[in-house]
Design a protein around this ligand. Sequence first.
Ligand code: NAP
Length: 302
Amino acid sequence: MIVGSGPAGYTAAIYAARANMGPVIYTGMELGGQLTTTTTIENFPGFPTGIDGTQLVENMRAQAENLGAKIVMGTITDSDFSGRPLRLQVDGADWVEADCVIIATGASAKYLGIPGEQHFRGSGVSACATCDGFFYRKQDVAVIGGGDTACEEALYLSGLCNKVYMIIRRDQMRASQIMQERVKTRENIEILWQSIPLEVMGDASGVTGIKIEDKKSGETRVVAVAGIFLAVGHHPNSEVFAKWITTNSEGYIITEPGSPKTNIAGVFAAGDVKDLHYKQAITAAAAGCQAAIEADRYLQSL
Ligand code: NAP
């Protein structure tokens, strides 16, 4: 049983189907996962002129299905790993059984919930600089957040864009010292401290700016930018397994170092639900492959 329909889940299904493991994928509510929230994917190898994110994940689905994976539209709402077989509840109703489970439920980017944010998702508002930064080359952009992700995004964007504003709500960052030093010394990054994002501004062409409030003076102003990158954290989708599976304090599943094995035999994790660092389609796909290979070894050992 594979839970999740992003690159990790579908790649696991492709390998599992080819190894005759009879994989069944439960897609979850966000069919296709985070790839479907971006536009063109230019950093997934094999597509010289890029590929639409939704199309890429749809290709993966078709490939898994053609190889014999069974795809079920349903969300896993509870789990019981207390014995064998392993049990999963679908859509709050029936329980299904499996010898082996691959958790590939991904992580969801957190959003701020301010006006304009959802309206301009995909036309100026993004939660992934590596995915979408290229579209804002030589333009001015803003990164929201002061953690390591925000610093990484800002540094990445500073190589592409004319100017990068980092909008940070406190007078200090949460990021590691080394990342802070890097953003502070980068010429085209300007840090706007104690600034609260209030509204995403835009018109028919997309985002034109972000309205912020200066916490010290109480004044509001609009910073003119063409792109807004949210880096206020990710939320790993591990809640339904939390009773059984060891996670860190943020909910990321902890696996054995260099392996997809969780603390429960026969339960593996792949992709962003266990990935604090890379969070890329290609790394998720690779993790799905590893999980399926380990699942095969596990099933052979039964
Ligand atoms: P994070 O450390 O939780 O930082 C989130 C940032 O967003 C904080 O600056 C936070 O401000 C801000 N924020 C949250 N909600 C906000 C809101 N509503 N309005 C404005 N700002 C808001 O998240 P992260 O940067 O994604 O990092 C997650 C974990 O991954 C961390 O442990 C990090 O060290 C790790 N990580 C490591 C690396 C690396 O080692 N290369 C790279 C990326 C991430 P406050 O500080 O005021 O709460």
